[in-house]
Design a protein around this ligand. Structure first.
Ligand code: MOS
Length: 721
């Protein structure tokens, strides 16, 4: 493994600086809310102050009297809109089955009940504060346990089964020689991208342009068109830059179409930017989970039975289910039986949605802590236990993995981290006044790929532009598009421009599920191949010499530019292999018992994600995932008042996330085995795996340091007393 400093500076894999970096630090990157629009009006939302019930009256007279207020919409006078039914084949996915302002019924606190449009942002906000709404309150359902008598049993999450049974769990578990039976609880957590959601909508006749903060311009376009009853080709959605997304911007939320409908109604462009508090109710969250794990093994460490039962919640107006148990069905070879179940309870809370490594972030905390508990019960090293139960096949489909190097991740990680220095007994290591703990866990995330298109254009100046309707969430997409095109066409990086975030560009899937690299890069390569073929044909037709440049071919063709488009999609390989990424996370924690001070002292993460297209941006992805994992382990929690349904931590002072002082040195490595079965580039995604496993590694390290097994996140000081 070479360090970043030793890597070549060009080509695929090179740690190339972000091509959009200068624009961002110089303030030239225009985010959705920054888009300068002439004569724009400003909108502000009014949110329900109760969690369940009905609006009985609305008094907007004081709000209307505010200088510059143009219009106030409620369910009594809202502009025409309909609820687009989710239809994956048409790229229509809504987060909530609720059109904003469509009803007097209240399903959760924070539900939109009015939108105020004014000449200025200040006027809109002042007006929104003065809209007076009275309610008839019902008793909200706010506790999963209180309402668990009749849970829903969701069948699937985006096509993956959520209930499964292999073998006779009860018999195999009863016959096991050693058992772990434990319940792990993860709290509600909220995405907090630096850039809050924002939408600006401007009509020109029957043509609509929307600047939307979204991970899916084409999904946003399709939902807005369906909601407003206009053809999708009349709608263009733009999002060239994102200040983070993490899943909250994946599927459409109601505010985007509402702004477009309001702009149509008042005949002016309208701009809406959500406040940080509104990000806690209107744009999704990671739902609370209670995960019951049972694992049975023989004395020699062979796992014979596993059961992972998840209880979680959704809102009254959605079906999203946090899919915690999926990895448990395939991480470890299990001799006799594996059962996975998910129970879902509807609560009067805002709607959950995917949040970085949905299911896997919470699920790997429970599973990988339970494995650690089993290792202690067996007096086995936790890495040895994992290696003993390694599986070379996906047991759920009886297919081989396309490429799996998990054992190597543990070996490399153990070496880098210095695992051999660990003495296994809890509380056996200390330094100065601090107890020291080492913990380890496996990381994993599915490797997915979708159909995607791209366009490559060569100009008369010899410059090449590649475009696809994908996104750069701050991940490095612009940069790897540039690298892949430059490598494919054999031109310098400086001669390539990447464009993205425009729904009129060739089709690309939602930028989620860690699949953008694996989906879009093959399309970029295919478009570059198609462009090269066109250029070669033009060179031949015009009898140009062999060493001709791209600029000479384009000029010789008599046109301004030569352009080619291509589509790339997965093939039949999915019938023969299961594609998945793996990793090993190691954490050292320090605990000062006198002060109750817990800190993470260092983390090593070693990842098997196929070929790495840019070692700098990929490493940054892992750093981001691990930093978030440290936050999830130690501090993140959305606190809901279970009497009223109020979120009491709806700001970045009360909702704790790590700051620089909380983050220790992070040691990141890739085993880098290209996965050429998956795609010709050999690359799997790196967006989400970094947060998986790290929370368990920290919790396991805390047990090792303190002898306290904390199964409720976050690992707050009071839970360690
Ligand atoms: Mo990710 S939670 O699929 O944006």
């Amino acid at each position: 493994m070479t360090s970043i400093a030793d890597r070549p500076r060009t080509g695929i894999g090179a740690p190339v600086d972000r091509v959009d970096g200068n624009a961002k630090v110089q303030g030239q990157a225009i985010y959705s809310a920054d888009t300068p629009i002439r004569a724009a009006a400003y909108a502000a939302l009014v949110r329900a102050s109760i969690a369940a019930g009905r609006i009985t009256s609305i008094d907007d007279s004081a709000a209307k009297a505010v200088t510059g207020v143009l219009q106030i919409y409620t369910y009594e006078n809202r502009p025409p809109m309909q609820l687009p039914p989710t239809d994956m084949t048409k790229g229509i996915t809504v987060s909530e089955n609720l059109t904003p302002l469509s009803t007097d019924e209240i399903f959760y606190q924070g539900q939109y009940v009015a939108i105020v449009v004014a000449e200025t942002l200040e006027g809109a906000r002042a007006g929104a504060d003065l809209v007076s709404i009275t309610y008839e309150q019902a008793v909200p359902k706010l506790r999963m346990q209180a309402d668990v008598s009749k849970p829903l049993l969701p069948e699937q999450s985006f096509g993956t089964p959520l209930q499964s049974e292999r073998g006779d769990f009860a018999a195999a578990y009863a016959a096991a020689e050693v058992r772990v039976d434990a319940t792990y609880v993860t709290p509600q957590e909220n995405h907090n991208p630096m850039e809050t959601h924002a939408t600006t909508a401007a009509w020109d006749g029957d043509q609509l342009t929307v600047w939307d903060s979204t991970q899916w311009v084409q999904g946003s376009r399709n939902v807005i068109a369906a909601a407003l009853g206009v053809p999708p080709e009349n709608v263009r959605v733009l999002c060239p830059f994102l200040g983070g997304g993490f899943g909250s911007k994946g599927f459409a939320w109601g505010h985007s179409a509402l702004v477009a409908a309001v702009a149509r109604d008042i005949g002016r462009p309208v701009k809406l930017s959500l406040g940080r508090d509104e990000m806690f109710t209107g744009t999704g969250h990671r739902a609370r989970t209670e995960q019951h794990l049972r694992i049975g093994a023989r004395r020699d460490g062979t796992i014979v039975a596993q059961r992972h039962d998840t209880l979680t919640h959704t809102s009254m107006v959605a079906d999203f289910t946090e899919p915690c148990g999926l990895s448990t069905t395939l991480m470890y070879a299990t001799e006799s039986a594996v059962t996975m179940s998910h129970e879902l309870v509807r609560l009067n809370v805002s709607t959950p949605c995917p949040m970085r490594a949905p299911g896997e972030a919470s699920g790997s905390f429970a599973l990988e802590c339970a494995i650690d508990e089993l290792a202690y019960a067996l007096a086995l090293d936790p890495i040895a236990l994992r290696t003993k139960n390694h599986t070379d096949r996906d047991p759920t489909q009886d297919l081989p993995w396309s490429s799996k190097h998990l054992t190597e991740c543990f070996e490399v990680g153990a070496e880098r981290f210095g695992w051999a220095k660990r003495t296994p007994a809890p509380r056996s290591m200390s330094e100065g006044r601090e107890l020291v703990g080492y913990g380890v866990a496996a990381a994993t995330y599915p490797a997915l790929r979708q159909r995607a298109g791209a366009r490559a254009t060569a100009g008369a100046d010899g410059r090449v532009t590649v475009a696809s309707a994908t996104h750069d969430l701050g991940t490095g997409m612009y940069t790897i598009m540039t690298q892949v095109a430059a490598a494919k066409l054999g031109v310098p990086l400086a001669d390539v421009t990447a464009e993205l975030g425009d729904s009129s560009m060739p089709d690309a899937p939602v930028a989620g599920g860690s699949w953008s690299t694996a989906s879009v890069m093959p399309a970029i390569e295919a478009a570059c191949d198609a462009l090269r073929a066109k250029l070669d044909a033009l060179a031949d037709a015009n009898h140009l010499p062999r060493d001709v440049t791209i600029a000479q071919i384009v000029r010789g063709s008599g046109s301004q530019a030569v352009t080619a488009e291509a589509v790339a999609q997965p093939g039949a390989e999915a019938d023969r292999f299961t594609f998945r990424s793996f990793g090993a996370q190691f954490a050292e924690v320090r605990y000062d018992e006198d002060l109750g001070r817990l800190r993470v002292a260092r983390v090593t993460g070693v990842f098997d994600c196929g070929r790495i297209l840019n070692h700098k941006t990929a490493r940054s992805q892992m750093i981001g995932g691990i930093v978030w994992g440290i936050g999830m382990a130690l501090m993140e929690e959305t606190v809901l008042d279970r009497r009223t349904g109020t979120i009491v931590t709806d700001n970045l002072a009360d909702y704790h996330v790590p700051v620089n002082a909380d983050i220790p040195p992070l040691d990141i490595a890739f085993v880098e085995k290209p996965d050429y079965t998956f795609n010709a580039l050999g690359a799997r995604g790196v967006g989400e795996i970094g947060i998986t496993g790290v929370v368990a590694a920290i919790a396991n390290a805390v047990y090792h340091a303190t002898g306290k097994r904390v199964r409720n996140l976050p690992l707050l000081p009071e839970r360690l007393l």
